[in-house]
Design a binder for this molecule. Sequence first.
Ligand code: OSB
Ligand code: MG
Length: 374
Amino acid sequence: MKIESITLREIQKRLKAPFETSFGVSHNRRILLVEVVADGVSGWGEVTAGETPGYNPETTDTAWHMLSDFIAPAVIGKDVRVASEFLALVKHIRGHEMAKSGVENALWDIEAQIAGISLSKLLGGTQQEIACGVSLGIRETPQALVKRVEEELRSGYQRIKLKIKPEKDLDYVAAVRKEFPSIRLSVDANSAYRMEDAPHLRKLDASKLLMMEQPLGWDDIYVHSRLQAQIETAICLDESIHNARHALTAIELKACRIINIKLGRVGGHTEAREVQEVCRTRGIPVWCGGMLETGIGRAHNIAMSTLPGFTLPGDVSASKRYWDEDIIEPEVEVTAQGTIHVPTGVGLGYAVRRDRIERLTVRKNSWSAQLTAA
Ligand code: OSB
Ligand code: MG
């Protein structure tokens, strides 16, 4: 696959409703989309960095800088046999996984199209339908949260995850658990607590949660192992797992019993598959996390979620929960049983709506390979 052109766009898109986590509130998304053309075939990737460095160090603007000044120049005009060879081309660039993943995933889309198969099949996916859960932002009152949970359960979602932070935790979780005694319920703290909060977090054991996501430091594995030894609830690591080696460290230290995989956080499909394999062979369930993506990011998440290690419902939910209008067709839809049917068409299996993307674009940058004489 000769990388002939790369187009980087920033689109701005308003969320249907604000999304609150322990690190802030998101209203308007500023999302980078990457279109790569190789061997005349166009592929798409989404950069999942947030507008602020509240979740991880990357932001929309750092990703724009890294892609424009380092990543695109390093790969334009290069020839790769398979998408995973992209990693060797950017080996000299440390970190910035989300920026890299935009290009790598576009190459996976292209590789699947050239092979004439779905991305899921190319990745080695084995599931035709994936199980879906939802992530619910922090609310004003426990009552308001209970009402939201009820609506999501009515739509069929198989697992409810509640965002928590100090002061917005025990009452909220207890209220939801009281109303719905047998649902699969989990919480996500996005690093809002310290080890000294262990006695407080232990109180959540009574709510019989499926898991507690990233309670401690965003870059910590070790202290989580001390907390895990003190609570019954399974810890799931998100923020602190960037590659298969981190996953292995966490598993061996018993820092968690579940891992969440996000394509952007681990740098793309190649590393995501490795993390999945490390976990699957050690009996650690994984699930696909979300980053408030448009349909392009969702389509990549769906393909990844078909790998055999993904045995728990993920955070990949319907387009209409976040957007009035998505940029893919058809939009991502969820069945009444809380599942998504994996598309079988080539590549992503969804059509990219260029007209809508063009309308939402606020800045754009392109690179083209020098034409060389045959
Ligand atoms: O920790 O999973 C997280 C959104 C932004 C940043 C971090 C997280 C989230 C979510 C949203 O929980 C999940 C979704 O996209 O539906
Ligand atoms: Mg999380």
